[in-house]
Design a protein around this ligand. Sequence first.
Ligand code: SAH
Length: 366
Amino acid sequence: MSAHPDVSAPPGGLLDLDDAALGELVGPPHYRVAQVKRWLYERAVASAHDMTDLPAELRTRLDRIGAAPLTEVARTSADDGATHKWLFESRGASFETVLIRYPDRATVCVSSQAGCAQACPFCATGQSGFERQLSAGEIVAQVLAAARELRAIDDGRSPTRVSNVVFMGMGEPLANYPAVVSAVAKLCGPVGLSARHVTVSTIGIPDRIRQMTTDMAPVTLAVSLHAPDDALRDRLVPPNRRWPIREVLAAVADHRAAGGRRVTFEYTLMDGVNDSTDQAHALAALLRPLRPVHVNAIPMNATADPAFRPSPAAACRSFVDTLVAGGVNATLRRNRGASIDAACGQLFAGRARLGLRRPDEESGAA
Ligand code: SAH
């Protein structure tokens, strides 16, 4: 953050600029743009003042636009330091980012919107409403903030570079399509991630799913299914009323036919709602024709709504076993970060409970 930010700058600061705009800003010589991009995207500097091979005057000018545009409002960690979560603020909007470290990879879960307009009743973000779109730079900035943290931790328990990015924080990425296309281009370009390690998770907007294979590097598509039939999915994922299951699956088939990778279906298991053996059989029958597919079953993270509770471990196990026996590849995921509400847009909603405050709220108000 610069002491004197330029209020006319885009919300993602320098990270929102394309090569042409960056070229205009930095001026000659020609190699400056590549130099600045290396500092921004590969080395993830927190300030243009750290771009040590640039003239001081240029660094000052760059810092007015901002190399690290997000303000950290709060952060917590869980799983013995393996999971880190931030609440960021940018131009009045709040959103969360999670870093999940494994021995062999480091995954950043980014938000694509502040809030969400889809209103899924079991999702804390869905219940708190839509605030605004994030810019491509604001999305990439989340990954770079996590990259700086990873480098600083360096405790030998995970790689020191970000290896995976999942669009599973707040928001519906395909409802912020141009910004997500541009963010993916930066992540798979100058940031240096492999497209197969980037996952875009969606409620399933058919036309956008079809466009992805032309507009983006071959990222992994994940579709939040959560129900094997329209009656139930209408309730759990309200946009299903506009784009029913058969239309979403037809788009997935086209995405595959156009060269897209194997698709993942997310299925959040909720006690007595969508976790019966009959529903597992129905899901297997629905997805078998689309093979190869993968079902990621995730025990629900409890939210404030008592109507939706996590499925018991035994029900989760048997649901997954039924899918596999039915010929559909499936795994049960641990929900890392559950103790700090890191998984699914719950930080923002749980802010008061965690004693977190926005800087403009009165102290003691939480
Ligand atoms: N809007 C996109 C991406 C963000 S949500 C989408 O819906 O795919 C990422 C995933 O977390 C989605 O599968 C979503 O349904 C799931 N999710 C939301 N709330 C959850 C909860 N309380 N427990 C478990 N998963 C949840």
